[in-house]
Design a protein around this ligand. Structure first.
Ligand code: FAD
Length: 283
């Protein structure tokens, strides 16, 4: 394993107020490992606006780690998006993951659900305008984006985000190293030069895999699904998920990934174990 592989984590704001203390504990444990940043998700249409802001503010005020706030622009006017960015900026946040956000359930015609900002690239430009020195990340999709009408559209979108001022990209989760490595090669051929950090989610149960596939629209990884389904109990499934995530981490780093971003699911033990077994942090 390469020395000094940068790593980062994603958490989501607590779904209920009584889960906040547990999340703060998890954040402290993640911060102790020394990540580059911890990202906090944002519910499209502002559903988690207050709790996301509370969470990034907690990280900023109580750890030495830079919080990186996800923000979405779907369904908002330009003025509303600017107020949102200024609100996070005013709380001291200087790192963002600029996203368009998903269509609300039931939306059909694409233009119907979009607001004034039609793509994440436009949100990148807005953040750059409000905060010229911000660190701005964007999303990238190794399997393409589910809404893409033709292959390669996702690369046009990523190129547009780079041209608007994005500093780096974080990928949607994927299950095989070559999905990421081939995607990076295609991106480079399309003139995309920003770092592309692989997003890795340890899939420690068959039910979690089913939920992820449902939410993301990714293809089910058949061999991983079979292994999880055949495993007897929870512990055996956890071990399979850990092994898979460790092998994936090692392979993408060996293939040249500039770091790894782990989807923590608001639990510290699994992602820290992945990094430890992959030789990125000491046990
Ligand atoms: P865009 O880059 O705007 O792309 C949307 C669609 O339009 C794609 O099909 C794209 O190919 C097409 N497109 C855009 N611009 C162009 C162009 N110039 N040329 C051709 N095609 C174009 N969602 C949340 O609601 N909250 C979160 O916190 C959140 N976090 C995420 C974190 C990561 C790492 C990732 C990978 C996704 C996350 N998402 C989150 C999901 C994301 O909001 C959805 O996938 C959304 O549908 C697309 O967002 P985007 O930023 O990629 O949009």
């Amino acid at each position: 394993m390469r020395a000094n592989v940068p790593f980062s984590f994603e958490v989501y704001p607590p779904r209920k107020p009584e889960l906040q203390d547990a999340l703060h504990h998890t954040i402290q444990k993640l911060a102790d490992a020394g990540p580059e940043f911890i990202t906090v998700t944002y519910g499209a249409n502002g559903s988690s606006r207050d709790s996301s802001l509370e969470c990034v503010s907690y990280i900023r005020q109580n750890t030495a780690i830079d919080p990186l706030a996800h923000l979405t622009c779907v369904g908002t006017s330009r003025a509303e998006a600017e107020v949102l960015v200024r609100e996070f900026y005013g709380a001291g946040i200087r790192s963002f993951l600029a996203l368009r956000g998903d269509a609300p359930a039931g939306a059909t015609a694409d233009a119907d659900f979009l607001g004034e900002l039609k793509s994440a690239a436009e949100l990148v430009a807005l953040i750059r305008q409000v905060s010229p020195y911000a660190r701005i990340a964007v999303a990238a999709f190794p399997q393409g984006h589910p809404e893409d009408s033709e292959p390669g559209r996702d690369l046009l979108a990523l190129r547009a985000k780079q041209d608007a001022g994005a500093d780096f990209a974080i990928t949607q989760l994927f299950f095989e190293p070559n999905e990421y490595l081939d995607f990076v090669a295609r991106a480079r051929a399309a003139g995309i030069t920003i770092p592309i950090i692989p997003g890795i989610m340890p899939v420690i149960s068959a039910s979690r895999l089913a939920r992820i596939v449902d939410i993301t629209g990714l293809e089910t990884p058949q061999s991983l699904a079979a292994a999880l389904n055949d495993a007897g109990d929870k512990d055996a499934q956890r071990e399979i998920g850990l092994d898979h995530a460790v092998a994936l981490t090692r392979a993408v780093v060996a293939g040249g990934a500039p770091g790894v971003h782990l989807y923590a699911f608001n639990e510290h033990d699994v992602v820290l174990e992945v990094l430890s077994r992959a030789g990125i942090i000491s046990a």
